[in-house]
Ligand binder design. Structure first.
Ligand code: SAH
Length: 249
C-alpha cells in the first residue's frame, strides 16, 4: 500500500501545467486551486500579464504555495525544457491536426507515461488560445468535447477538468502494467528539427518557398512518432552522414 502511494506521488510530480500569457491574475489563482485539489503542484507561467497579484492570491483560496513556487519564464520553449511529452490544449481543432485525445484518454496515457517521463500540459491565452507555432511544440492535442457552437471553457475550468481526469486515472493505476520507454527530451527533438531543416536546405529539398509548410508537416510526423532517445541519435547520425558526404563532394 505504502509503495503504491509513493509511486502515485511520483507520477503526479512529473506533470507540469504551463499557462501561456495569462491575462487575468484571478485565473492564475483559480488554476492553482484547481491543480492543488487534484494533487498537481508544478505551475509554469509564460509571460503572465500581471503576477504576482492580489486577485491571484484571492482566487487561489489557500493554494498560494503553488503560486509561490510557480516558475515565471519568458518563452514557451524554455517552459518545456525537461519535458518528454507535451500536450497542447485547444478549444478549436486546427488545420494541421495533431493526434487529439479527450481528457479521459489523455489522462490514462499521461499517468502511464509519467512513470518515467516528464509531461507538460500547455494552456493558451484567455482571448485567443495557443498559436499554431506554439502547438508545433506539442506532440499531442487535448480537446475537451463541448458544444460546437460554444466550445471555449474558462482556462481554470479546463485545468480543473483535465486535472480531475488525471487524478482518476492515477487512482486506477496501481501497478506497473505497461513497459515504458525512454523518450527523447523536447530540447533534443527541437535540435533535431534544426539539424533536419539545415540539412534539407543544403540538399535543396527545402527552399524559401516551401520550407515553412514542409517543416510543419515533418514536425507533425515526428511528433506523432514519440521518438525515443536512441532513435533521435540514429536520425542525427543519418543527417551527419549526409552533411559529411556533401562537404566531401
Ligand atoms: N478563444 C480561445 C479559447 C481560449 S480559452 C481559442 O479559440 O482557443 C483559454 C484556454 O483554455 C485555451 O487556450 C485552452 O488551453 C483551454 N480550453 C478552453 N476550452 C477548451 C476546450 N474545449 N478544450 C481544451 N482546452 C480548452
Amino acid at each position: 500500500m505504502h509503495q503504491t502511494l509513493n509511486y502515485t506521488i511520483t507520477m503526479l510530480n512529473n506533470i507540469r501545467i504551463v499557462l501561456v500569457n495569462p491575462s487575468h491574475p484571478g485565473n492564475i489563482g483559480a488554476v492553482a486551486r484547481a491543480m492543488k485539489t487534484m494533487g498537481l503542484e508544478h505551475l509554469y507561467l509564460v509571460n503572465p500579464k500581471s503576477f504576482p497579484h492580489v486577485n491571484a492570491t484571492a482566487l487561489a483560496a489557500g493554494a498560494d504555495d503553488i503560486l509561490e513556487r510557480a516558475t515565471i519564464i519568458t518563452s514557451l520553449k524554455d517552459a518545456l525544457v525537461g519535458s518528454e511529452i507535451v500536450f497542447g490544449t485547444s478549444a478549436r481543432l486546427r488545420a494541421l491536426q495533431l493526434p487529439t485525445l479527450d481528457p479521459k484518454a489523455a489522462a490514462k496515457f499521461i499517468i502511464n507515461e509519467a512513470k518515467v517521463n516528464k509531461i507538460s500540459i500547455v494552456f493558451g491565452r484567455e482571448n485567443n488560445g495557443l498559436s499554431n507555432e506554439e502547438l508545433e511544440l506539442c506532440n499531442h492535442q487535448l480537446y475537451i468535447p463541448t458544444n460546437p457552437n460554444f466550445s471555449s471553457l474558462n482556462i481554470a475550468a479546463a485545468v480543473q477538468l483535465i486535472a480531475y481526469e488525471i487524478k482518476m486515472a492515477d487512482q486506477i493505476e496501481t501497478t506497473i502494467t505497461t513497459p515504458t520507454i525512454d523518450l527523447a527530451s523536447t530540447e533534443a527533438i527541437q535540435s533535431f528539427y534544426q539539424h533536419l531543416q539545415q540539412t534539407l536546405i543544403t540538399t535543396k529539398f527545402l527552399n524559401l518557398k516551401n520550407q515553412n509548410g514542409l517543416m510543419a508537416k515533418l514536425k507533425r510526423l515526428f511528433n506523432r512518432a514519440q521518438l525515443e532517445k536512441t532513435e533521435i541519435n540514429i536520425l542525427r547520425g543519418i543527417l551527419t552522414s549526409i552533411n559529411t558526404k556533401n562537404e566531401n563532394d
